[in-house]
Ligand binder design. Sequence first.
Ligand code: AMP
Length: 520
Amino acid sequence: MTNLYAALWRGFPADLGRIAIETADTAPARLYTWRDLDRASSRIANWLDSLALAPRSRIVAQTGKSVEAVMLYLAVLRAGHVHVPLNTAYQAAEMAYFVADAEPAVVVCAPRQLDAMRDLVAKSAGDHGLACPHVVSLGDDITGTLLDSAAPFPDTHRVAAAAADDLAVIVYTSGTTGRSKGAMLSHGNLLSNARTLRSFWDWKPDDVLLHALPIFHVHGLFVALHGALLNGSRIVWFSKFDARDVVAQLRDATVFMGVPTLYVRMLAEPTLDRAACARMRLFISGSAPLLVETFDAWTARTGHVILERYGMSETVMLTSNPCRPERGERRRGTVGPALPEVAVRTVDAATGTPCACDETGSVEVRGPNVFAGYWRMPGKTKDEFTADGWFRTGDVGRLSDDGYLTIVGRSKDLVITGGYNVYPAEVEGFLNEMPGVAESAVIGVPHPDFGEGVVAVIVARPGAKVDGATLIAALKSHIAAFKVPKHVEVVGELPRNAMGKVQKNVLRERHAAAFGPARR
Ligand code: AMP
């Protein structure tokens, strides 16, 4: 039996009375023991059992970040159902899509949304001729009808049997183009990756994780949370990221995981220094590219070298820079070699033939962590796997002769101008080094002569004046003329999603008419 909860539970410390999670942004701090996690998730699991749902029913959770939301996740696993976490930013029309697609048996939402959610799911179920799901609420302050419903149930629970390939979680991809797809992750996918990361990142029981990421995404829910639970390590818990408070709490932690934007914001805090990080063992970055400049600035300020890793909703983690020095260096600008058990290759997009070292191509992967497919999208699933079983990540990258992967961008962000391929990350790398440039995003938009024209969207450093013509002239001495942006826009900030990824689709729409009226 491979129920992920049972495996996580085996990692809990022998003394269940020890603190598992303490909240850092409530006054006073809330302390949860390992026993609390086990008992509260038992009650919720028993309540789920009482509903007599079909095995592997979908349980949609659109809740704020709270320890009780973690208990709900653990309960769903132990009851043998499928957790479907959703970003709280989703609005009614988006929720209607997810409810119709996931066909949940239970929907958990914020208390203030309870009535609206009831109406929404009733309508959606009616429209699709389905049974209406149970709708309950969970607040950020230990309130809600979920906890009320679960309270009378026993605090012990027999964990449901689950095979390695039984579905555990559906993670909806951020869906920047077309419909959001539900990536189906099994108990085995999640457990194998958690175990791999445990040994690769050298997790120890006395580690303390500072958790400041959302829990509707792979990074916060699996990489961070599973790591600590599987190791019986205490978690210092932030319901949302606040740079000053997080820097202050680093004194009490040994492991931190963040998206690059979090590192940038922490670097802006004058209190971030070596003393603040004296107890820290490991800083990990992922979910979006870490600028070389951030990597260097972090080392200079804190004495710590950030470990950058790469993964995605469909695969959990794929590559990682080494943790232990004897395994190699943490190489700036790269996401490291493939993790043990994971295979990564780069291939020519047109022919599918493997690329030579340092040649740029499409990144394909396989391993026990790779998902089974997209929920109810067999056609899409088939398209994304090669005939010999490799998953096409949609990322473009290159492998060095010693196996380090560099991500160059998403294939759909590749710009083809006058028949030439331009990899945005390459141009962004040069732009980011130019005086006065804080960060940049390079996109392709319709161009009357070239099909697509290269546009650079720039954020200037505070107080700096950046002139597009000067940047273009300077770039010409570094890169081939076809790669040099034909148009530069200076903006206050780049649009990003909750995980800090620059939303290039938004930029492409905004600047679609840079070379004349946009053509569809
Ligand atoms: P998501 O499914 O939301 O986690 O997004 C996964 C995508 O984020 C990947 O396919 C990459 O394009 C990107 N990504 C994740 N980690 C990194 C990284 N360290 N560097 C560059 N891109 C990354």
